[in-house]
Unconditional design. Structure first.
Lengths: 86, 164
């Protein structure tokens, strides 16, 4: 019969893996508002997520209103490069 | 910001962000923008396509034929927006619970439609009953999605569960 003290290190290792995994998963869920994280984001997904942010002002919050708030019409952001005139 | 003359090693393209809070000029008729974010829009996309196909095709044709793209096709674009808003209003009026369940599932599953079929089936049934809009895959033979003649095993299971 193995003494229980010999199995304690295994318990410690399993608990530490469990805590690390649970903590990572909980941190991700907290960030994404209860959903699984988005993966394989392409340019389309990034564009749509930026539009979502402009509509709802929160990361990954969705809304199914048919009509947007009035400030959405003028809240677009364009990325530009600076041209030096020299 | 230093110019390239004083610091030749600086990269020449430095992105910065432009915002423009001025509204459109008043001679352009104002139309409300669509307030749906990405997941509800994806969920309703086939129904928007079913109802708004003529307006959407008009806009795409105009844009491809015009020189300056969307600025020549504002009228067609307004029609597209109004039609999509009408579809979203109708779905919210009659099928809101199924709609919210489906786009909630999509938002959880990386916007992958194939992972949310169980929530899509009652939405398709409700929308085809109340709005007469059926989901049809483009470039296919045009069968409405709920009416396959020889459904797959999974579709039979879904059908059996939701048509009790």
């Amino acid at each position: 019969m193995i003494p229980f003290e010999a199995l304690l290190p295994y318990g410690v290792i399993i608990i530490m893996f469990g805590v690390a995994g649970t903590g990572m998963s909980a941190a991700k869920l907290l960030r994404e508002g209860g959903n699984k994280p988005r993966v394989h984001r392409d340019a389309w997904d990034k564009m749509m997520m930026e539009r979502d942010m402009r509509l709802t002002k929160e990361y990954r919050k969705q809304s199914d209103e048919p009509i947007a708030p009035e400030d959405f019409k003028t809240s677009s952001v364009w990325r530009a490069s600076r041209i030096w005139d020299d | 910001m230093t110019t390239s003359k004083t610091n030749p090693r600086e990269p020449h393209a430095q992105p910065y962000y432009i915002t423009d809070p001025t509204p459109l000029p008043s001679h352009i008729p104002s139309v409300p923008e669509i307030g749906a974010t990405s997941a509800p829009l994806l969920s309703a996309s086939y129904f928007i396509g079913a109802r708004c196909a003529p307006y959407n095709e008009d806009f795409m044709l105009c844009r491809s034929q015009s020189r300056s793209g969307e600025t020549d096709c504002l009228k067609e674009g307004r029609r597209v927006t109004r039609c999509a808003i009408s579809v979203l209003e109708d779905i919210n009026k009659s099928c809101q619970a199924e709609f919210r369940k489906h786009w909630g599932c999509l938002e959880n599953e990386n916007h992958d439609l194939s992972r949310c079929r169980l929530d899509e089936a009652p939405l398709n049934a409700c929308v085809s009953k109340f709005l007469n809009l059926t989901k049809v895959i483009p470039n296919s033979d045009g069968t409405p999605i709920n009416d396959y003649e020889t459904p797959s095993f999974f579709q039979k299971k879904v059908k059996a569960k939701y048509e009790q």
